[in-house]
Structure formats: structure tokens, C-alpha cells
Design a protein around this ligand. Structure first.
Ligand SMILES: NC(=O)c1ccc[n+]([C@@H]2O[C@H](COP(=O)([O-])OP(=O)(O)OC[C@H]3O[C@@H](n4cnc5c(N)ncnc54)[C@H](O)[C@@H]3O)[C@@H](O)[C@H]2O)c1
Length: 348
């Protein structure tokens, strides 16, 4: 398969990771250009790629066939539309856009243009998650009953020296829990109702430092989420996978998915099922089976999938419309907390 002629917009924290991913996976992508008005190109290994300070100029001069939007949230909708107008496929970082109205606008532009889109919920490509997803689809857990996820870590105090991280939208709901809510949708299906509570009691910023939410899924399954950046714990998916070098490895699971026939812990994959097949009940012995899956870098897996989407018409793991549904469910947690009642997320 020919590598994608790909460009990156935004060379900050995550843009750098995308640039490194492309350089590490030349079979999947050829980095043709990067655009960032502020970052210093000398900080990157760019190969033969050109550097621009203006995104539009880059798109028009280089005409990449695909682009990764790794820019601040407020720019995603506008830059996504620039790509649509030029017939350039794009991978946009999460959240897909800053607001639901922008998401609706972008979904329309994508539908009109026919470009292929992917949203950067990279955890869907973790080998443990892919294995769990297959087991759930095969019915190994029976019918899904409930799922619970914890994302709890203590961000270092200097993290909050950047002012926007203390204001609305800069908290763990939109930055971190959005990945967990995307994962709950991925594993358990569409969310129909959400109850949320938020607290800023530990850090005292305008934005939440903690959130709790419960979810009803269309298939009758229920779910819960605890998310905090103020609590020191071993339970985040990052700590269980070594996916992010900034997190100390604990080897603990952060997810539990419970079915009528058995349960799964993730990302340390452990299946709990009847010791004697079919012999199920609270007085019956239950056995744990640890499942080993080979490690692969989820960012490389995401890029390879993006390549197959464009070269082989593989359906997107999470397109802009799907990403908009994850954003709607995440914002509904905050909306429910503000209104003190359950909310139904907007469905795109
Ligand atoms: N998938 C993940 O786990 C993950 C992790 C971190 C960030 N993100 C998302 O990635 C996006 C970027 O976050 P970040 O932490 O890298 O931010 P950042 O502030 O570190 O980087 C953003 C970069 O965009 C550049 N930029 C600003 N305006 C631009 C423009 N018009 N054209 C091109 N570049 C421009 C900035 O100069 C900066 O270098 C956000 O949407 C964020 O939510 C996703």
C-alpha cells in the first residue's frame, strides 16, 4: 500500500507525537509538511517535510492528500472545513470541535465533500481494547449488564500555570473523560441518558477537578464513570498500559465490563467466568483467566487504519459524526450537573 502524503497542522504536545509517529511508520505515511505559527521547526526531526507558519498556505501549496489537525479545539471546525473545501482527508484530534453547533457544521461539510475523516480517539486501537471488543461482540460475556470506569490521577500543580486549564472546558471532563466516554460508547453502544455531577472542591478553580456520571445505553446496559485530576490513584488506562510515558506504570485495570455470563477487566485483560462452563450463580465458583495480547503503539495503529480507510475504503473507526456523538455525551455530563437532572445527549 502506498504511504499517505500527509501533513500536520499544529506542532504542540500531540502534534509532535503525530510527527514522530509518521516518521516511525514510513510504510503508512510520508510527512510532506507541517504548519504551526509559533513552534520552532528545529525541535523536530522532519525529514524532507516543508515547514509553514500559515496553515492555508501550506494546504494550497503542498496539496497533501491527508492532514492531521492537532491544533487547539477552537480551530478544529474551521480547519476541518478548509480540508473539506480542498478534498483533503483529515484526522482531527479530540474533541472533534469545541461546541455541538460547530460539530453539526463540520458533519455537514464532511457529508457534502465526501472526504474521509477520523477522530483521534487513539485508545480504540490498544490491543487490549481490540481484544475486549471482539470478545464482547462474540457474546463471551453474554448480554451486557453494566460497565464502570475510573480515571483518577493527580496532575502536577505547574500544569495549572496555563490559565485556560483552570477555566470552563479546561478540566478533566473535556480533556480526559472524553476518551473514557468514547470507550464506553465503543464497548457498550449508544448512550441514551446521562446523569452527571461535578466538583471543584479540591483545587478551587472555576472548572471542575472531579466528575461522576451514570449512563444508560440503548441496549439496556448501565455505566458509571469517576474522573478526577486531583486524586492520587493507580487507576487510569494510561497507568495500566504504559501507553503514555508521562504516567507511571501500575499494571492495574481501570475498566470493568459485566455481562450475564461473565466479566472483563481492562486494560490488564482478565476474564472472569464460570469455573464449570454454564454453571452460573452467586454460589458457583468463578475463575479468572489472564489474557496476554502483544503490545502495539496505538498511534501507529491509528495511522495505519487511516491509510487503509483512504487506500482500501476501510470504514472509519470513529468518524467526525461518531466523534460528535462522543462530544455530545461528554458535554451532557456537565449539562446534567449544571441543571441537576438527567440529560439525553444530542445524537448526530
Ligand atoms: N489524543 C489525545 O490523547 C490528545 C492528547 C493531547 C491533546 N489532544 C488534543 O490535541 C489538540 C492540541 O492539543 P495540544 O495539547 O497538542 O496543544 P498545544 O497547545 O501543545 O499545541 C497546539 C499547537 O497548535 C499551534 N497552532 C495554533 N494555531 C494554529 C494554526 N492556525 N495553524 C497551525 N497550528 C496552530 C500552536 O502554536 C501549538 O503549537 C487539542 O484539541 C487537544 O484536545 C489530544
Amino acid at each position: 500500500m502506498t504511504p499517505l502524503r500527509i501533513a500536520v497542522l499544529g506542532a504542540g504536545l500531540i502534534g509532535k507525537r503525530h510527527i514522530q509517529t509518521i516518521m516511525a511508520a514510513p510504510h503508512a505515511g510520508e510527512l510532506v509538511a507541517v504548519a504551526d505559527p509559533v513552534a520552532d521547526p528545529r525541535a523536530f526531526d522532519l525529514g524532507a517535510a516543508a515547514w509553514f507558519t500559515d496553515a492555508t498556505q501550506m494546504l494550497d501549496r503542498v496539496r497533501p492528500e491527508a492532514v492531521i489537525l492537532a491544533t487547539p479545539n477552537a480551530l478544529h471546525a474551521g480547519q476541518g472545513k478548509l480540508a473539506c473545501e480542498r478534498g483533503i482527508h483529515f484526522l482531527v484530534e479530540k474533541p472533534v470541535t469545541a461546541t455541538l453547533d460547530e460539530a453539526a457544521d463540520l458533519v455537514r461539510a464532511v457529508d457534502d465533500s465526501g472526504v474521509k475523516t477520523l477522530v483521534g480517539h487513539h485508545r480504540r486501537y490498544l490491543a487490549a481494547i481490540q481484544d475486549a471488543k471482539r470478545r464482547i461482540a462474540r457474546g463471551e460475556l453474554g448480554e451486557l449488564v453494566a460497565a464502570s470506569v475510573v480515571w483518577a490521577t493527580r496532575k502536577p500543580d505547574p500544569y495549572f500555570d496555563t490559565a485556560w486549564r483552570t477555566q470552563a472546558g479546561g478540566g478533566p471532563l473535556l480533556i480526559n473523560a472524553i476518551h473514557e466516554i468514547d470507550m464506553l460508547r465503543h464497548l457498550c453502544g449508544e448512550i441514551t441518558a446521562i446523569t452527571g455531577m461535578t466538583s471543584n472542591a479540591r483545587r478551587g478553580f472555576a472548572v471542575e477537578d472531579s466528575a461522576a456520571a451514570s449512563f444508560a445505553f440503548a441496549n439496556g446496559c448501565l455505566g458509571t464513570l469517576i474522573c478526577t485530576d486531583a486524586g492520587f490513584s493507580p487507576w487510569t488506562i494510561e497507568q495500566g498500559t504504559q501507553e503514555n510515558p508521562n504516567f507511571a506504570f501500575t499494571g492495574q485495570s481501570a475498566y470493568r465490563v459485566i455481562g450475564t455470563q461473565g466479566s472483563l477487566e481492562m486494560p490488564v485483560l482478565r476474564h472472569w467466568g464460570a469455573k464449570i462452563p454454564g454453571d452460573i450463580g452467586w454460589d458457583r465458583p468463578i475463575a479468572a483467566t489472564d489474557i496476554t495480547v502483544p503490545w502495539h503503539d496505538p498511534y501507529i495503529a491509528q495511522l495505519e487504519h487511516f491509510q487503509r480507510m483512504i487506500r482500501r475504503d476501510e470504514p472509519a473507526m470513529v468518524c467526525v459524526r461518531d466523534g460528535a456523538n462522543t462530544l455530545a455525551a461528554t458535554l451532557a455530563v456537565a449539562q446534567s450537573a449544571a441543571q441537576g437532572r438527567p440529560c439525553a445527549p444530542r445524537i448526530f
